[in-house]
Design a binder for this molecule. Structure first.
Ligand code: F3S
Length: 81
């Protein structure tokens, strides 16, 4: 069964401010290029990372605080943020 939520990150847009890591440290880390990474996220293309989740948890706040809006949340296939 597909999971309720999908988290996406546009890594080419990320400016590495670290706000996502600050609000959702279980889901986000900074990589050696100074960009955020979704923990256990899969790269669906070079600059796009994705993770399916049953609960969105603090990732909603991460998407809201990201200054360049490169974190996206889909609920049941519909874009929320
Ligand atoms: Fe990047 Fe936005 Fe996080 S700029 S480091 S994804 S808050």
């Amino acid at each position: 069964m597909p999971k309720e939520f999908k988290l996406q990150h546009e890594q080419d847009v990320c400016i590495g401010c670290g706000a996502c890591v600050a609000v959702a440290p279980d889901f986000w880390v900074m990589n050696e290029d100074g960009k955020a990474e979704i923990v256990n996220g899969k790269h669906i293309s070079q600059n796009l990372q994705e993770l399916e989740l049953d609960e969105i948890g603090p990732n909603k706040e991460a998407a809201e605080v990201c200054p360049v809006n490169c974190i996206h949340i889909y609920e049941k296939g519909k874009k929320k943020i």
